[in-house]
Design a protein around this ligand. Sequence first.
Ligand SMILES: NC(=O)c1ccc[n+]([C@@H]2O[C@H](COP(=O)([O-])OP(=O)(O)OC[C@H]3O[C@@H](n4cnc5c(N)ncnc54)[C@H](OP(=O)(O)O)[C@@H]3O)[C@@H](O)[C@H]2O)c1
Length: 294
Amino acid sequence: MSIIDQAGTFTFGDRTVKRLGYGAMQLAGPGVFGPPKDQDAALAVLRSAVESGVNHIDTSDFYGPHVTNRLIREALAPYSDDLVIVTKIGARRGEDGSWLPAFSREALTQAVHDNLCNLGLDVLDVVNLRIMFDAHGPAEGSIEAPLTVVADLQRQGLVRHIGLSNVTATQVSEGRRICRIVCVQNHYNLAHRADDALIDALGRDGIAYVPFFPLGGFSPLQSSTLSTVARRLDATPMQVALAWLLRRAPNILLIPGTSSVAHLQENLAAAGCRLPDDVVEELDGVASGGSHQS
Ligand SMILES: NC(=O)c1ccc[n+]([C@@H]2O[C@H](COP(=O)([O-])OP(=O)(O)OC[C@H]3O[C@@H](n4cnc5c(N)ncnc54)[C@H](OP(=O)(O)O)[C@@H]3O)[C@@H](O)[C@H]2O)c1
């Protein structure tokens, strides 16, 4: 039994994963564009994750592009049966590294085939449709046209389960009328809690909520409350931030990203970090102002 087993499991679709997983985005080059500065170090992070019991890895073919998927294949194929690789489609990269929408039937179909090819799979376990009406946050608008394409690809047997990313509650409801949605991946962490109500609603319906930027993303979380609590618990601020998410709702699955084996191991050890009720209350205050700085 590894330490991450202490965080429990969650089943999306027919696949059960541990609640502490790994997000591969940080393995690509600067700006998630181009190759990593140290290919062997990137492969070592992936192998260390799986050796430590991780069985949920988040990726996309637009990280690099193609870079993280090819690293995953090189480090981990042939994959163990319990490994669930979750990918996402709906964006493409400009020549300057910009993030552009890619929602046409052709683009979505090509993206599924690119993911299959670069990961070396016959079927993708979970595909998140990443909505790009506003690349930086959810924005209203119908998702029917692109989601119908993904549902068609599922019927063709190329995609096992479908999720949504960067979406509003209205879009989740619209999506659920089109096909079964097993997970939602949006920006959420201790300091950024716009999705509180959505998380609870999804939990009632057995749908996973997978926060991206669980540690604050490109500008990691900084808060004096977090630092003080971490010192008191003999943990690190990042472990406390992850433990708070695990405690926040049972349908939350974590995919913290890192390019370092040391940070990976630190993050996985958060599964063993128990937060007393009074500490949770203190941390809850971080989002409502207090000493939050990022
Ligand atoms: N659906 C979407 O639109 C979307 C958007 C963004 C990300 N994602 C997914 O979500 C995953 C997680 O998000 P993320 O990686 O962007 O952000 P994150 O997990 O919030 O934070 C990653 C950042 O924190 C640093 N870090 C990680 N562990 C640390 C530790 N223990 N101590 C200090 N610093 C630490 C990393 O640097 P080091 O490399 O130096 O550790 C990196 O700069 C991604 O990997 C990706 O799979 C999805």
